[in-house]
Design a protein around this ligand. Sequence first.
Ligand code: SF4
Length: 100
Amino acid sequence: MNLFKAKRVKRQGFLSDRPVDGVESCRGCEADCCRGFPSVKLTAEEYSTLERLGAVRLLFLLNGEHYLLIEHGCEFLDQNSCSIYNQRPEICRRFTCREI
Ligand code: SF4
């Protein structure tokens, strides 16, 4: 039995003011951001796009807000990668993190 577990990397997430693609910090990550939040806020257009892509965990509220529910893991996760990377919502495109 190995009593010494690998040290877990601590990360701090933040929203960039513009989309970020292919950032180094995402490589080797276990997609914590796609599992660790309850939902992703969407525009109405993004909601329609994800609906066309087959999303089943979409939420439309009476106040007009649209969400993709990602609690316990987004349905578009494939292993630790986004299977709709080029069509992912803007909030996903802007979210990134750094090691602390
Ligand atoms: S759409 Fe892609 S990037 Fe956004 S939470 Fe889901 S798997 Fe992650």
